[in-house]
Design a protein around this ligand. Structure first.
Ligand code: 5RP
Length: 261
C-alpha cells in the first residue's frame, strides 16, 4: 500500500490498538437540521478531543469546524437525495477529490445501496471514487446504507460489505446485527459500525459497541447515540474506553456515571 494511504489510515485507525472511534456528523446531507445538530459547532467542539476521526460534509467542515483542530477528517462525498425526495439511493459523488485534498482529509466516505433501485449507480460511484483516490493515496470508506425494503441481517450486510471491499473500499461502515462475526469474517477490509437512531438506554449502546468489537469490528462511527445524549462528552469518553480498552458494558456504565458527574 502506498505510504500516503497507510499514513492516512494510521491517523484514523490508531496503531496502538488497531481501532477507531469516529464521530459522524454528516446527517444534514439528507436529513437537514437533525436534532442536536442544528448548530454543529456547538455540538461538535466539546467532543473533538475524544474523537479519533470526524465525519462531516464539506459544508459543516468549512463553516463549523475550526481548521486548527488536528482531528483527522473522513469527508462525506456522496449525496444528492433528501429524506423527502423520491429515493434516497439516488446518490452521486458530490465533492471532488481535488476539493477533498484541499481540505487535507484523511479519507473520504460514500454510501452504497446494495439491492436498491440505484444499486448500480452507487456501486459505480464507489469504483470511480476509488480509482480517483488511489492516485493520491486517499482511503475510501464505503457506507453500506440499508434501503427501506432491506433486512439488516448478516446475510444482507455481509453481501454489501464484501461488495464494497471487492470494489476497492479501504474500510467499511455497516450496521451491527445478529451473527455479526459472519459479516466481519467474510469482509477482507476492516469494518466499523454505525449507531443508527438514538437507543433507549446508554447500556444498549455500550452493549452494541462491545459486542461488535468482540465480533471483529475495529471500531465505531457513531452520531446520534453520542450527540443526542444529554451527557454527550461522557458518552464519547465511555465509547472510547470500550473500543480502545475492551471494557465490558457493566464497567462502561460505571465509567459513564463517573464522567457524567
Ligand atoms: C448516514 C451515515 C451517518 O453518518 C450514520 O448514520 C452514522 O450516524 P448514526 O450513528 O447517527 O446513525 O453514514 O448514511
Amino acid at each position: 500500500m502506498d505510504w500516503g494511504k497507510q499514513n492516512r489510515l494510521a491517523r484514523i485507525i490508531k496503531p496502538e490498538t488497531g481501532r477507531t472511534v469516529m464521530l459522524a456528523v454528516d446527517h444534514g446531507y439528507f436529513l437537514g437540521p437533525t436534532r442536536m445538530l442544528e448548530e454543529p459547532e456547538k455540538t461538535v467542539t466539546p467532543l473533538l478531543p475524544y474523537a479519533d476521526a470526524l465525519m462531516p460534509t464539506r459544508g459543516v467542515l468549512r463553516n463549523c469546524v475550526d481548521p486548527k483542530w488536528n482531528v483527522p477528517i473522513v469527508l462525506r462525498v456522496s449525496g444528492g437525495s433528501s429524506i423527502i425526495g423520491e429515493d434516497l439511493s439516488n446518490e452521486s459523488i458530490t465533492t471532488s477529490v481535488k476539493e477533498a485534498i484541499r481540505m487535507n482529509v484523511a479519507a473520504v466516505a460514500l454510501s452504497i445501496f446494495v439491492g436498491s433501485k440505484y444499486e448500480k449507480q452507487t456501486l459505480t460511484n464507489l469504483s470511480t471514487l476509488v480509482d480517483e483516490c488511489e492516485e493520491y493515496g486517499i482511503p475510501v470508506l464505503a457506507v453500506t446504507a440499508v434501503g427501506k425494503d432491506m433486512a439488516r441481517d448478516s446475510r444482507y450486510l455481509g453481501l454489501a460489505c464484501r461488495i464494497a471491499a471487492e470494489l476497492g473500499a479501504a474500510y467499511v461502515k455497516t450496521y451491527y446485527c445478529d451473527d455479526f462475526e459472519n459479516v466481519t469474517g467474510s469482509c477482507p477490509v476492516p469494518c466499523v459500525i454505525a449507531g443508527g437512531k438514538k437507543m433507549e438506554t446508554e447500556m444498549d449502546v455500550f452493549k452494541m459497541a462491545a459486542e461488535a468489537i468482540g465480533q471483529g469490528a475495529i471500531g465505531v462511527d457513531f452520531g446520534r447515540n453520542i450527540w443526542q445524549n444529554p451527557n454527550a462528552v461522557a458518552m464519547i469518553r465511555t465509547i472510547h474506553a470500550i473500543v480502545h480498552h475492551n471494557i465490558s458494558p457493566e464497567e462502561a456504565h460505571e465509567k459513564f456515571q463517573e464522567w457524567k458527574g
